[in-house]
Design a protein around this ligand. Structure first.
Ligand code: NAD
Ligand code: IPM
Ligand code: MN
Length: 352
C-alpha cells in the first residue's frame, strides 16, 4: 500500500535536510518493501516568492490528501522586514492550526559520544530522557494581535495569551498518558505567579491529575524550569507547557543533546495527519553550504514512521543507525566533526 508523504522543504537549509531524510526513507522502503510516495509543497519564504502567501489554500487542500507531513524549516533574512504584512512563519503556524496538531512532542536524549560537545557536565547528561510536550495551536502565538499609535504619536502593539480549559485539559491528558508509558512524572510548567492563563493552566492540570493516580504531577514556574532543565535534567520525565514556553525551553534543551541540529519533533492532534519536523530553524548562516546537520530531520522521519504508519521496527532501525553513526565518531560540523550533510547521511544509510 502506498504511503503518501507531503514534503515541505521550506527555506534555508530546509531543502538540504529534507533531501537527507528522503534518502533515509527511500533506503527503508527498499529494505522493508514499502512504497513511500512523495509530494512536494511550498511553504514559508519559498511560497511567498512563488505565490505571495506563506502557504496557499491549494497547498493546504492537497497536503490534506496525503497521509503525513515532513517539514524542513521556514524563514530567513530576505523576508524579515518588520513592516512586511506577510511572513514565512505564518505559513507554518497556519499549517499547524489547520491540521489541528495541538501536541508537539519533542524528545530530548543525550549520546555518550556527545557529552563533551555540551557545555553541561558529563555527570548531569548521563541518562537524560525527557519528553517535552509543547502546546502548539493556542496561546500567545494565536491570540489577538493589535497595534496602533496612541494620542501622543507613540506606537504600541499587543499579543494576547489566551487558553481555554478545553485546550489545556487535552494537552495535559496527552502528557499524563505519555507519562504512564514512561517514568510516571509530569512536570507542568507555567508562570502562575503572574499570568491569569497560567493559573487556569495549573488548576486544570490538577483536575486532570485526579484521573491519573498512577502519575505524579509537579508544577514548576517557567523561570525555575529553565534553570532545572540544565542543572537537574535527569529529574525531568514529561515536561508539558504552553506554546511559547515550550518553544524556548526546547532550544535550551538541545544544548543537553549537543546541538540544535539533533532534536526531532512530532506534532499530532485532532486530525489524522501529523507534522514531523526538526525543532531548529532554517539556519540561514549555513544554508546552501551542504554542512547542515540532518539528524533532527532524519529522527523526525523516524518518528513519522512510528507515529503515522505504525512502523516501529523501521523507526528503531533509523534511530539505531543514527546512534551507531554518532558512537563511531562520524559527526557533523555543528558537533565539531567534519562530515557534511551528504556524507553524514551516507554513514547513516550504510548502517540501516
Ligand atoms: P536557527 O535554528 O535557524 O539557527 C540557530 C543556530 O543554530 C544557527 O547558528 C544555525 O546555523 C544553527 N543550526 C540550526 N539548525 C542547524 C542544523 N541542522 N545544522 C547545523 N546548525 C544548525 O534559528 P535562527 O537563526 O534564530 O532563525 C533563522 C530563521 O529560522 C528565522 O527566520 C526563524 O523564524 C526561522 N525558524 C524556523 C523554524 C521552523 O521552521 N520550525 C524554527 C526556528 C526558527
Ligand atoms: C519552531 C519555530 C517556530 C515556532 C517559528 C518559526 C514559528 O521556532 O518550530 O520551534 O516558534 O513555533
Ligand atoms: Mn523554535
Amino acid at each position: 500500500m502506498d504511503m503518501r508523504i507531503a514534503l515541505f522543504p521550506g527555506d534555508g537549509i530546509g531543502p538540504e535536510i529534507i533531501d537527507a531524510a528522503k534518502r533515509v526513507l527511500d533506503r527503508v522502503a527498499a529494505i522493508y518493501g514499502h512504497s513511500f510516495v512523495y509530494e512536494n509543497f511550498l511553504i514559508g519564504g519559498a511560497s511567498i516568492d512563488a505565490v505571495g502567501a506563506a502557504i496557499s489554500d491549494e497547498t493546504l487542500k492537497n497536503a490534506k490528501k496525503c497521509d503525513s507531513i515532513l517539514l524542513g524549516a521556514v524563514g530567513g533574512p530576505k523576508w524579515d522586514d518588520p513592516n512586511a504584512t506577510v511572513r514565512p512563519e505564518q505559513g507554518l503556524l497556519r499549517l499547524r492550526k489547520e491540521m489541528g496538531v495541538f501536541a508537539n512532542l519533542r524528545p530530548v536524549k543525550t549520546y555518550p559520544r556527545l557529552y563533551a560537545k555540551s557545555p553541561i557536565k558529563d555527570e548531569l547528561l548521563r541518562g537524560v530522557d525527557i519528553l517535552v510536550i509543547r502546546e502548539l495551536t493556542g496561546g500567545i502565538y494565536f491570540g489577538k494581535k493589535r497595534q496602533g499609535v496612541d494620542d501622543d504619536g507613540v506606537e504600541w502593539a499587543t499579543d494576547e495569551l489566551s487558553y481555554s480549559e478545553t485546550e489545556i485539559s487535552r494537552i495535559l491528558e496527552f502528557a499524563f498518558r505519555s507519562a504512564q508509558d514512561r517514568r510516571g512524572l509530569v512536570t507542568s510548567v507555567d508562570k502562575a505567579n503572574v499570568l491569569n492563563s497560567s493559573r487556569l493552566w495549573r488548576k486544570t492540570a490538577a483536575a486532570v491529575a485526579e484521573r491519573y493516580p498512577d502519575v505524579r504531577l509537579e508544577h514548576m514556574l517557567v523561570d525555575t524550569a529553565s534553570m532545572r532543565l540544565i542543572s537537574n535534567p535527569c529529574d525531568i520525565d514529561v515536561l508539558v507547557t504552553e506554546n511559547m514556553f515550550g518553544d524556548i525551553l526546547t532550544d535550551e534543551a538541545s544544548v543537553l543533546a549537543g546541538s540544535m541540529g539533533m532534536l526531532a519533533s512530532a506534532s499530532v492532534g485532532t486530525g489524522s495527519l501529523g507534522i514531523y519536523e526538526p525543532i531548529h530553524g532554517s539556519a540561514p548562516d549555513i544554508a546552501g553550504k551542504g554542512i547542515a546537520n540532518p539528524i533532527g530531520t532524519i529522527l523526525s522521519a523516524a518518528l513519522m514512521l512510528r507515529c503515522a504508519f505504525g512502523l516501529t521496527g523501521e523507526a528503531e532501525k533509523i534511530e539505531a543507525a543514527v546512534e551507531e553513526t554518532i558512537a563511531a565518531g562520524e559527526l557533523p560540523l555543528d558537533l565539531g566533526g567534519s562530515a557534511g550533510t551528504r556524507a553524514l547521511t551516507d554513514q547513516i544509510l550504510n548502517r540501516i
